[in-house]
Ligand binder design. Structure first.
Ligand SMILES: O=C(O)CCC(=O)C(=O)O
Length: 333
């Protein structure tokens, strides 16, 4: 059997026996933490959790008036990009190279951030409040009274408090490019909706990666952004490999370039919308790409993943895919 056939049966069997073609839905009140662990966490199975956060005061309170009246003068760090793609691959016409580009990080008041979202004609660029350093507990503790600092059922499921609690607020043009995280993620939408495109870890052979030099956007005059290859200093995630490159997924699932990456046809995406009040359990190591409605607000809880046998199998698959790349000698893995 050729390696490609072996990889195909891996993803087909995973789909047939485990993941199916749509994301199941539950109400958290219907399952015990033990059942949740057994059915979803242990099986590495995403699930949409209906009415997970619609009892939070935030569900009724978090809107423009509330933020601007209660914390309008508070300084926040906002990610600014020319096109909505932060932490993503971009082509630079000056150097004629592709880079992995981080957003410009700008300090502004909460009121100004909201104005920038509401008035794109006055504020060129796309503004996304999305620092993934537990920004809710570290930078916006005044919001904790409106929500749960941790989800008691999830803390019981994962056996410890979350490692990070992040706050996300942004414009419908802000997109998160496909990637995976070493966390068990409970992603709660408080306002608007989010659209996730998911791939299970067993689709790894079809998901192309490339190594990119790192860079950062910089606005040099109003509305004019340049890609600055020298300003990539530090991120919360360790992204660079030994050679100083960032390995990143080079496919856009919304417009896949099948000429360049024909094997992506073998991958099977799952689509799920999280509406306000609901949450998604996104298991560790699942690939995800995220879009949102305008002024969408979300909170997510990252719980530490277990470096268990699932992780070991995933590393094994990574190694096999890497060895195929070497054999093929292609700039795609
Ligand atoms: O909401 C987003 O834009 C991205 C969320 C995400 O990537 C995550 O929670 O890991």
């Amino acid at each position: 059997m050729r390696m490609e056939e072996i990889f195909k049966s891996l993803s087909e069997e995973a789909r047939e026996f485990q993941y199916g073609i749509s994301i199941p839905q539950i109400s958290i009140k219907e399952v015990t933490p033990f059942e949740f662990y057994r059915t979803y966490v242990s099986a590495n199975q995403p699930v949409l959790i209906k009415n997970a956060c619609n009892h939070w005061p935030a569900f009724l309170k978090w809107n423009k008036e509330y933020f601007c009246n209660t914390m309008g003068e508070k300084k926040v760090i906002v990610s600014v990009t020319p096109n909505g793609f932060a932490d993503a691959v971009a082509y630079d016409s000056i150097t004629q190279k592709e880079y992995f580009v981080l957003p410009e990080e700008r300090s502004m008041t909460f009121s100004e951030f909201w104005r920038a979202m509401d008035h794109p004609e006055k504020y060129p660029g796309v503004y996304y409040l999305q620092r993934q350093n537990s920004n809710l507990t570290e930078e916006l503790p005044e919001l904790l009274q409106d929500m749960e600092r941790h989800l008691p059922w999830a803390t019981e499921v994962f056996g410890s408090a979350p490692d990070a609690v992040n706050f996300w607020a942004g414009d419908q043009r802000a997109v998160t490019s496909m990637h995976k995280d070493p966390y068990e993620n409970i992603y709660c939408v408080v306002r608007g909706h989010k659209d996730f495109i998911l791939h299970p870890p067993t689709d790894r052979p079809w998901i192309p990666y490339k190594n990119y030099p790192p860079a950062k956007y910089q606005e040099v005059s109003p509305g004019k952004f340049v890609i600055n290859p020298n300003s990539f200093e530090h991120t919360t995630i360790q992204l660079e490999n030994d050679a100083g490159y960032v390995p990143w997924i080079c496919i856009d699932p919304l417009q896949p370039d099948f000429n360049r990456y024909p094997s992506y046809r073998n991958a099977s995406a799952l689509h799920v919308r999280i509406n306000a009040g609901d949450a998604l359990f996104l298991p560790s190591l699942w690939y995800h790409h995220v879009r949102q409605s305008h002024c969408c607000i979300a909170v997510n809880y990252w719980y530490d993943m277990q470096y268990d046998i699932k992780y070991v199998y995933h590393k094994f698959l990574e190694t096999l895919v890497g060895s195929q790349k070497l054999l093929k000698g292609k700039n795609e893995s």
